[in-house]
Design a protein. Structure first.
Length: 184
């Protein structure tokens, strides 16, 4: 006799777009990410943080990573199991790496810039920088949903049949949709 073991699907959605290194390109990156996260039905709290991070990383790529005639790239990955999102922005200026902290003395309150990565670090669960050969860099950030619960599908005891599916169950909702715990 054999037994059927239900498996969790490990679906991952991806999106990538190359955009012009202009303010319009940075704005479009933010709008495209917002649209993609809405289409993937990502939880609103994760989507809001991801859009904020995308806006800042895209603005940094346009402002600090611009090379005449070269574009920047925004990429998005959504892991169905965790409901988490990874945002990557790649620009051609690999020699200009972002610094994680403002350094001794902090940032003077009257300066217009220098807070960009603080605006990334605050909503992100993790962030970092990786080289992008031959001469670029990718700044990435990850956002997780603390309320995401992975539910194993219920199995049917009949041999030869897959897992039972209940209408409205977690398996039938979009995998990036998270289930929030009930409010007491």
């Amino acid at each position: 006799m054999y037994a059927i073991t239900p498996h969790q699907h490990s679906t991952v959605w991806t999106f990538a777009q190359q955009l012009s290194s202009t303010r319009r390109g940075a704005r479009l990156a933010r709008l495209l990410v917002a649209e993609r996260l809405t289409a993937w039905e990502v939880s609103p709290s994760v989507a809001e943080r991801a859009v904020q991070i995308t806006a800042e990383l895209a603005a940094n790529a346009v402002l600090h990573g611009r090379v005449q005639g070269r574009d920047f790239r925004v990429a998005l990955t959504c892991a169905a199991v965790s409901g988490g999102v990874r945002i990557e922005v790649t620009d051609p200026r690999g020699e200009r790496l972002p610094t994680p902290s403002p350094g001794p003395g902090g940032i003077p309150s009257d300066t217009e810039s220098g807070r960009g990565l603080l605006l990334v670090a605050a909503p992100a669960d993790r962030w970092g920088v990786e080289p992008y050969p031959p001469s670029g860099k990718t700044v990435w950030a990850e956002v997780e949903d603390p309320f995401a619960r992975v539910q194993a599908p219920a199995s049917d005891s009949s041999p030869g049949r897959g897992p039972a599916r209940n209408p409205g169950s977690a398996e039938q909702r979009h995998p990036c949709t998270t289930v929030s715990p009930p409010v007491p």
